[in-house]
Design a protein around this ligand. Structure first.
Ligand code: NAP
Length: 296
């Protein structure tokens, strides 16, 4: 039976380090601005938890909640204002935006050094050329990588990694991080042929697809490290009428019987994302103060 990778515990360690780094920073404190547009209830829950965590870390925490009918120009003007505010080190734009707004121009208007989501082309480009020191790295892959390191160490030489999913938010940066750690990386996606056979080559199997329990137990190489990034809500009639539960992209019980280590859903990758948002904000504050980049 696989070891369960406790993402909640690792996230607590990261947040503990963020708090210590914040206390040690003299003359300034990390500042995080979270921007949300519209009334999507799930997005409001995410934003509230990010703002709360930022306060717990000792940050200056600012939240801008804009109405649904905000224009592209108004949103860009707010980002320009936040870019110019030297007390803010991180700007997070909660996605998705309402349909009439284009997210990409807004994301690209955030100063790269304040882009704590790691979505600016400058930060994506730094990661692509193997510069892990001067840019900011997308939170979910950065957090997933820490979980991989806890099991396999920092040097993945000789290990095969398969990432299912090639999104800019997760799959591509995850592939780059694994490559930078010397793994031999295969990027799989919806057009990949014989996905189960490719997955069976993986010493490290990372699933970020958005399809409930797609990765079956017999796709997993015995002893593999399985990182399940998916968060899918499915009906759970066994809990009562209309009830739901969260599952990942991996069929957990089957995979856990074969894997060496596996992340549960919930409680695996999920808690790491918000912890790495705090880590990126404190990294940005240290770099802005001319100090050495803290490592996590
Ligand atoms: P996305 O942008 O929708 O990308 C999904 C990827 O999966 C695409 O590259 C797609 O391939 C691939 N795919 C779809 N169907 C497939 C199939 N049948 N076989 C193989 N590949 C397939 O999603 P994302 O933003 O990367 O997120 C993926 C999942 O991670 C979602 O469940 C999301 O909720 C979750 N997530 C969790 C966190 C967290 O904090 N834990 C953060 C971010 C995302 P194509 O490119 O060919 O279409």
């Amino acid at each position: 039976m696989a070891d369960v990778i406790d993402g909640k515990k690792v996230a607590e360690d990261v947040v503990g380090k963020v708090k210590a780094l914040t206390t040690a920073l003299t003359g300034t404190k990390p500042g995080l601005a979270v921007v949300i547009v519209g009334e999507d209830p799930a997005s409001h829950v995410y934003v509230a938890s990010k703002s709360k965590m930022a306060k717990e870390c000792g940050f200056k925490s600012v939240q801008h909640s804009l109405p649904e009918n905000t224009t592209q120009e108004e949103l860009l003007a707010l980002v320009a204002e936040l870019n110019a505010d030297s007390t803010l080190h991180g700007i997070l734009l909660q996605l998705p935006l309402p349909k009439h707004l284009k997210s990409e121009p807004v994301l690209q208007s955030i100063l790269p050094e304040k882009d704590v989501d790691g979505l600016h082309v400058v930060n994506a480009g730094k990661l692509a050329i193997g510069d892990l020191e001067t840019g900011l790295i997308s939170c979910t892959p950065a957090g997933s990588m820490i979980l991989v390191e806890r099991v396999r160490g920092k040097d993945l030489s000789g290990l095969n990694a398969v990432v299912i999913g090639r999104s800019n938010l997760f799959g591509k940066p995850m592939g780059q991080l694994l490559l930078a750690a010397n793994a031999t990386v295969t990027m799989a996606h919806s057009r990949t042929g014989d996905l189960p056979a490719i997955c069976r080559t993986a010493d490290i199997l990372v699933a970020a697809v958005g399809r409930p329990e797609m990765v079956k137990g017999d796709w997993v190489k015995p002893g593999a490290t399985v990182i399940d990034v998916g968060i899918n809500r499915i009906p759970a009639p066994e809990k009562g009428e209309g009830k739901t539960r969260l599952v990942g992209d991996v069929a957990y019980a089957e995979a856990a019987a074969v894997a060496g280590a596996i992340t549960p859903v919930p409680g695996g990758v999920g808690p790491m994302t918000i912890a790495m948002l705090m880590a990126n904000t404190v990294i940005s504050a240290y770099l802005a103060a001319g100090l050495d980049r803290p490592s996590f």
